[in-house]
Every structure is written in structure tokens, then in C-alpha cells.
Design a protein around this ligand. Sequence first.
Ligand code: ES4
Ligand code: ZN
Length: 320
Amino acid sequence: MTHLPFAELHLHLEGTLEPELVMELARRNDVTLPYRDVEELRAAYAFRDLQSFLDLYYANMAVLRTRQDFADMTAAYLARAATAGVRHAEIMFDPQAHLVRGVPLEVVVEGIASVLATSEDDHGVSTLLIAAFLRDRPEDEALDVLDRLLARGAPIAGIGLDSAEVGNPPARFARLFARAREAGLHLVAHAGEEGPASYVTDALDVLGVERIDHGIRSLDDDALVARLVAEQVPMTVCPLSNVALRAVDTLADHPVVEMLERGLNVSVHSDDPAYFGGYLDDNLDALGSSLGLTREQRIRLAENSVRSSFLPADRREELL
Ligand code: ES4
Ligand code: ZN
């Protein structure tokens, strides 16, 4: 099957940890999990909301201990992404989630970066790395981690903001984003996933982000929608994620086609594919069967993904 060239712009690397790899790494590292086998682990993948997912997502990270673990997770993702039609991936990782478990920053960054370095040759997938900061932890901790990443010359192209959204508004991270901007990094943030439309406005105006991750709650505010259309703000929407976390009732109710039709610059991505039922191709296929995505809409989603990326013009041209 041939695929349109897509850029994957909303992907949490730790969210690609498939149950089989969780169990394999648990064995390799002698980590005890509260599951006897892959089936028992899989049975835990039923979520009520974002927080119930995050609890499992962070718990499963206990199996990631060594450079090799991070490298294996990264390699498994890239091989799968290539089969999904992904030709470029801007990959988020959560440095704080590993630091708080005692895994040194260099283990995480070197493990991931060692595999990204050859991804274009190995899989035909170009990559950029985005350090995502946890909005349910203090800004001072994030500032310290950002400084350490910059001091060691970590190969990051940008920063993001993720984890539990409601009650943790963007404005709490104004200094973090100002510092990242001064360092020449790209800026993205999750906003309007479970949180209100006002968080989308604040991510744009207070943090100065170039892209909104999710943003579906923007549809509650017509004036905001008009602005997002006028400015063609990229919005990285993740349909299977929204259904799995019950931000949207069913795929048939998903607003992504309405968003396209209203002229928003949306593209479709996979978020945490091991947890939410699939990769980029699975998201597109699911939309195809539930919303009857047309060939034109699929092409538009592919083009939007490439034009919303942080790729230089020459590589972008290759993909468009
Ligand atoms: C996430 Cl779906 C989602 N939302 C917010 N933060 C996250 N981290 C990993 N997946
Ligand atoms: Zn996300």
C-alpha cells in the first residue's frame, strides 16, 4: 500500500512503549510490575480521562532504565512509523518523568539521540526532538532541566508542555517559554485537550507557541476559531487519543473534519499510540471508516502536517 507523506508532529515517545516491550524491559531490568503478562497489562488500558491514562503512562516508565532501553523504544517507534507513511517525526519526550525516578538526563537523551541520528538512513524518517515539560510540576524544576539540556548541548529543536492540563494553565510557564525562545528553540504546548479554550489563547499570547497540541476545545469559542483560522495556527489533533480519554464520545463525533471545513490548519497525529489504539495510519483509517474522510481531506491533512512542521524549506519541498 502506498502512503501520502506525513509529518508526525504530536507523539510522546514514552507513549510508544507497547505492552510487549514493557514486559520485555521489565524482565531485562528486573523491575516488578503488577501484571503477570501482556494480557493483564493490556486489560489496564481502559481510561476514564487524561489523569487515569497518565497514571499508567508514568507507572510503565519504571521499566526504562538504561541507554539501551531508550534506544530500543526509539528504534521500535521509527520502524513502525515508517510503515505508517511517516516521513518526518517531531518527537516529544518527558525528561522530568525520568529524572524523578533517578534516571540521569544523559542516559535518556543519549539513548534516544543515538537512534535518531541514523533514522533518515535506516527508515527514511527525518526527526527532530522536543523536550516536553510537565505542567503538573513546578516551573522552577522545568527551568533547571531546560538549563541542563542546553548546557550539555542536547540535540533538542524545541520545547513542549504536557501532562495534567486542567488547573495547570499555560501562564504558569511564562518564564520557561521565554528562556527557551531566547535559546532559539521552537515552542509548542498542549492546550484545549481537556482544558478550556482560554488556555489556547494563553498558550499563544503568554507563551508565544507556534503550534497547539490538541486544541479541540477551541471550538467552544467562535472568536478564537476565527483567530486560529486567520493566523493559520497549526493544531495537532489526535482522534483516537480524544476518544480513548473521553474528550470526545466516539470517532463519529470527532470534530476534525469540521475543523478542516472551517479552515483551521489541522493535522492528524497519534499522541500515545501504544495506549490509544494505534499509529498515524490507524488514526487515518479509523477516521476513514467513521467519518468517511475523502481523498481530498486526506491529502489536506498530509499537506498540513508537512507545512506545520519545523523542517527547513528544502526537506519540506521533498515531502509536499
Ligand atoms: C499526553 Cl494525551 C496526553 N496529554 C497530555 N500529556 C500527555 N503526555 C503524554 N500523553
Ligand atoms: Zn499529547
